[in-house]
Design a binder for this molecule. Structure first.
Ligand code: FES
Length: 148
């Protein structure tokens, strides 16, 4: 066994996009029957167009990710620990731009760093909502009125 972690990092690898293409008995939903191959090709094309395919971002066709659907394919992006289901080929540009930036310039940021940013954004958003609630700026929640 060889630990190749340093080699991979030294080569500039940042992320791994896993696309499920599992096919199984059509009785059960699976990505292979929901456009998995087309989604995989759309992912590769988007990354190739930005010159990061297999240089910064590796792509792997994978088996079931546990997010099976009849409506699209499952994708996981690591080490960001991002998970998507129901992805169609037309969703791919938006999905990858959200993760890596429109021009894929976001690949240099680690997934952990990006997740921290997301967490801060969510906390900031929920803090704003709390503040607005306290100040009475939000519409009051509709309360159920029992009719007798
Ligand atoms: S078959 Fe793709 S996530 Fe299960």
């Amino acid at each position: 066994m060889q630990d190749r972690t340093d080699d991979v990092h030294a080569n500039g690898f940042t992320d791994h996009v896993l696309v499920c293409t599992t096919e199984r008995d059509p009785e059960y939903a699976c990505c292979g029957n929901a456009g998995g191959e087309a989604v995989l090709e759309a992912v590769k094309t988007w990354l190739r167009d930005r010159d990061v395919f297999w240089s910064r971002i590796h792509v792997a066709e994978t088996s079931c990710l546990g997010l099976c659907s009849e409506d699209g394919t499952a994708i996981a992006i690591h080490p960001r620990s991002r998970w998507y289901s129901d992805v169609t080929p037309t969703d791919v540009p938006e999905l990858l731009a959200a993760e890596f930036g429109e021009d894929a310039s976001g690949v240099s940021r680690s997934g952990i760093e990006r997740n921290e940013e997301r967490k801060e954004e969510k906390e900031e958003e929920s803090g704003k909502e709390e503040k607005e609630k306290k100040e009475g700026k939000q519409e009051p929640a509709i309360e159920a009125v029992a009719e007798e």
